[in-house]
Design a protein around this ligand. Structure first.
Ligand SMILES: [Zn+2]
Ligand SMILES: [Zn+2]
Length: 264
């Protein structure tokens, strides 16, 4: 065998063995992390059961990327034995970490809301303290067309699920670690690019709120829920099925799905 041929072959073999080594290391990492994530799932679930029903609690996937949990679960070397006690010892920090996580998600959502929808002069009597509470504030996820209100957006299932374009960075172990226990759960809005402000739903909601005699610039979604008006869609009267009457949130969804052309 001539020298150049051998050199060529050796570099191909090198690439091959390096590839094998990377696969083996990834397998070892996943085995290690699967065990740790399994403990974390139980511990976080027990924590969730102790929290008030309306609180938005991070899932195990959110917790595993919060320091100091991340250092213990994802980043500590395989020879470090992680037990339930080691994770339990960190749990005292979770209420505060969870509050910080909620604050940063809210700040991120507020940044998406256009200035025109922001409250220039919040009136405490209206109980609308944040643009997120307005009946006309809606978000959209990158994976479905449902108009989503706050705080539901923080629990929207598409934003916590695996999608092919999330986690394609081979150096990012988080998706594989979350996937290792087969729950299909990722940290909420992982990568931070899956939520936008839903302009179309906002326009629809404005029309609906106005039709109900309310002020779209001040009324909150919960105030609309309390008023609970029935909306009739005059464009959906059916010769056999009759008139189409619905609640306001359903009406927003219907307008976005069927009648956007009426705003053009
Ligand atoms: Zn969705
Ligand atoms: Zn209709």
């Amino acid at each position: 065998m001539s020298f150049p041929v051998w050199e060529n072959m050796r570099s191909e073999l090198d690439v091959y063995f390096q590839g094998l080594k990377a696969i083996r290391l990834q397998d070892e990492y996943l085995q290690m992390v699967r065990k740790r994530m399994g403990i974390l799932v139980d511990v976080v679930w027990k924590y969730t059961l102790t929290r008030p029903g309306l609180e938005i609690v991070p899932t195990f996937a959110d917790v595993c990327i919060m320091e100091p949990f991340r250092a213990l679960i994802l980043d500590s070397p395989p020879e470090t034995e992680i037990t339930k006690e080691s994770i339990d010892n960190l749990m005292v920090q979770l209420p505060e970490l969870s509050a910080g996580w909620n604050r940063s998600n809210v700040a991120m959502l507020l940044q998406l809301v256009p200035a025109s929808a922001s409250l220039s002069d919040p009136d405490p009597a209206d109980q609308v303290l944040s643009p997120l509470d307005l009946a006309t504030t809606f978000f959209r996820c990158a994976w479905c067309t449902d108009p989503i209100t706050y705080p539901r957006v923080l629990k929207h299932s598409c934003l916590m699920s695996f999608h092919s374009s999330v986690g394609e960075d081979p150096d990012d172990h988080v998706p594989a670690a979350c996937h290792s226990i087969g729950r299909g759960t990722l940290p909420w809005n992982y990568g931070r690019e899956q939520v936008t402000y839903d302009e179309e739903a906002a326009e629809s909601a404005k029309a609906i709120v106005t039709a109900c005699g309310q002020d779209p610039e001040t009324i909150s979604a919960s105030a609309m829920d309390q008023l609970d008006p029935r909306i009739e869609c005059l464009r959906c009267v059916h010769p056999q099925r009759g008139r189409m009457v619905m609640r306001w949130r359903t009406a927003v969804r219907m307008f976005v799905a069927l009648h956007l052309d009426s705003f053009e």
